[in-house]
Design a protein around this ligand. Structure first.
Ligand SMILES: *[C@@H]1O[C@H](CO)[C@@H](O)[C@H](O)[C@H]1NC(C)=O
Ligand SMILES: *[C@@H]1O[C@H](CO)[C@@H](O)[C@H](O)[C@H]1NC(C)=O
Ligand SMILES: *[C@@H]1O[C@H](CO)[C@@H](O)[C@H](O)[C@H]1NC(C)=O
Ligand SMILES: *[C@@H]1O[C@H](CO)[C@@H](O)[C@H](O)[C@H]1NC(C)=O
Ligand SMILES: *[C@@H]1O[C@H](CO)[C@@H](O)[C@H](O)[C@H]1NC(C)=O
Ligand SMILES: *[C@@H]1O[C@H](CO)[C@@H](O)[C@H](O)[C@H]1NC(C)=O
Length: 420
């Protein structure tokens, strides 16, 4: 049985979605008004993300002998370039820049970037090609005592332990983890000062992966991505927790040029084929689309083997404005935005006091997508479409069958009459 679908042409869909939305020419123009269409047709929308980009990963080193380096992901499309600059100078951070030319380049002045006043040490040239910019900073690893539930209203995860400041971590040499084949690299770190030896056998890792076309990773939560987005996978492995039932979290700071904080949206679906038992996608938008976005499913995993059994809930606190001086300094953010930026922060927490947890295997992983342009829109999976088709189709078949019976009867009747 086939479902009614419009022809799967990219131009038709692009034209339909282009209406009414600002058009910067640097993203696939995924539909927002095409919800109905997306419910009916998976394949054509799948093709929407068919836009590919020429993606390169480059490690930019400071002077020889200095440990500092930047990871520059450059994704070039026909009329645009997206730049993602990741760094572990200070706390781990990424600067996102979209330009409307395929020729924009990153310019780093190391002596300025490493100076006490890094303003202007990181630029994307030509400066007037920049259409959008924002940044994220991962400031602290949080830990809560999940057993001490005296005041559930005030501290739903238990008493907080002193957080680990990610600005005071030492990170690996990013060049060693660079994998051009999978377009990925990993920042792996542990606290510089670790008197209790909690990280003696452990580490916190930020694995960054870029994509040259749209698709879906093999591992849950299998978020749909386009070539405009990067995936970040955060993994805490092998660190000794401070309590028997420790819950962990991550403090995240958003940086933008608008005065208000990015807005948070939850999208619900009846479809959980790609992430069992998770029917929600959380989104953070820097402004009206197309813009910068974060997207994640509210699920983390307590085992390398990601399954329903190892799934943990992931909660995000509301965003609230933060003062720059109260945050650890991120040289790349200061270098790019100078002082024209606003900071907001929120906490992600993983797990609940009961159920599976970090304590099982000293393992925790969580992933999200960050990108620029239009949001990848998850259409219903083929399995769910099949179920819908069968559900809709069964009464249809009955009607059709009933009609045939009536027709045949009528025919028999008329034959009978004609014989008479
Ligand atoms: C990082 O590793 C690369 C290749 O293994 C090496 O060339 C480079 O010197 C290293 N950088 C530092 C700061 O050790
Ligand atoms: C790129 O820009 C050119 C000239 O402005 C235009 O003709 C072309 O359709 C654009 N391509 C895409 C993929 O947007
Ligand atoms: C880099 O910055 C320093 C200090 O601000 C400045 O003196 C130097 O000219 C800059 N280098 C380049 C290549 O722009
Ligand atoms: C780290 O691993 C070693 C060897 O496996 C073990 O002897 C040691 O107790 C571990 N330390 C911590 C803090 O878990
Ligand atoms: C952890 O559990 C052990 C054994 O069940 C207990 O002796 C210890 O006091 C607990 N530690 C904490 C911090 O609750
Ligand atoms: C995040 O959690 C920490 C530790 O509980 C707390 O100090 C901080 O205020 C929280 N931040 C936000 C934005 O809720």
């Amino acid at each position: 049985m086939t479902l009614p679908c419009l022809p799967p042409t990219e131009s038709a869909a692009t034209c339909m979605c282009g209406c009414g939305e600002p058009h910067w020419g640097w993203g696939p123009h995924a539909p927002s008004s095409l919800l109905l269409l997306s419910l009916l047709c998976t394949a054509p929308l799948g093709l929407l993300g068919g836009e590919t980009r020429q993606v390169s990963l480059e490690v930019i080193s400071g002077w020889p002998g200095l440990p500092q380096s930047l990871l520059h992901i450059r994704a070039v499309g026909p009329n645009s370039t997206l730049h993602y600059v990741w760094s572990s100078l200070g706390p781990p951070a990424v600067v996102l820049v979209a330009t409307d030319t395929p020729h924009s380049v990153l310019n780093v002045n190391w002596s300025r970037l490493l100076s006490p006043k890094p303003d202007g040490g990181l630029r994307v040239l030509p400066e007037d090609s920049v259409q959008f910019s924002s940044a994220l900073i991962f400031t602290r690893l949080l830990e809560f005592d999940g057993t001490n539930m005296l005041d559930v209203a005030a501290e739903p995860l238990g008493k907080p332990y002193p957080p680990y400041s990610l600005a005071e971590f030492s990170w690996n040499n990013i060049t060693d983890s660079l994998d051009p084949a999978s377009l990925s690299a990993t920042f792996q770190g542990h606290p510089v000062n670790d008197p209790s030896g909690a990280f003696a056998n452990g580490s916190l890792a930020f694995k960054v992966q870029a994509f040259s076309s749209s698709g879906r990773p093999a591992q849950p939560p299998r978020l749909l991505h386009t070539a405009d987005a990067c995936q970040l996978e955060v993994a805490l492995v092998g660190a000794s927790p401070r309590g028997n039932h420790s819950l962990f979290g991550l403090e995240v700071v958003t940086v933008g040029q608008r005065p208000d904080c990015p807005s948070r949206r939850e999208q619900h679906s009846i479809d959980d084929e790609y992430a069992p038992a998770v029917f929600q996608v959380d989104q953070l938008l820097w402004g009206p689309l197309p813009s910068g976005f974060l997207q994640w499913r509210p699920v983390a995993f307590s085992q390398k083997q990601r399954s329903r059994e190892s799934a943990l809930p992931c909660q995000a606190s509301p965003l609230r404005p933060s003062l720059e001086y109260s945050l650890p300094q991120s040289p790349i953010v200061q270098a790019f935005f100078r002082s024209q930026s606003n900071f907001c922060s929120f906490n992600l927490t993983f797990g609940a006091p009961t159920g599976p947890g970090y304590w099982d295997q000293h393992y925790l992983s969580w992933s999200m997508l960050l990108g620029m342009g239009s949001l990848p829109v998850d259409a219903l999976s083929p399995l769910i479409l099949g179920i819908v088709a069968v559900a809709l189709g069964a009464p249809g078949l009955l009607l059709l069958g009933g009609g045939l019976v009536l027709l045949l009867r009528h025919k028999q009747h008329s034959e009978y009459q004609s014989i008479n």
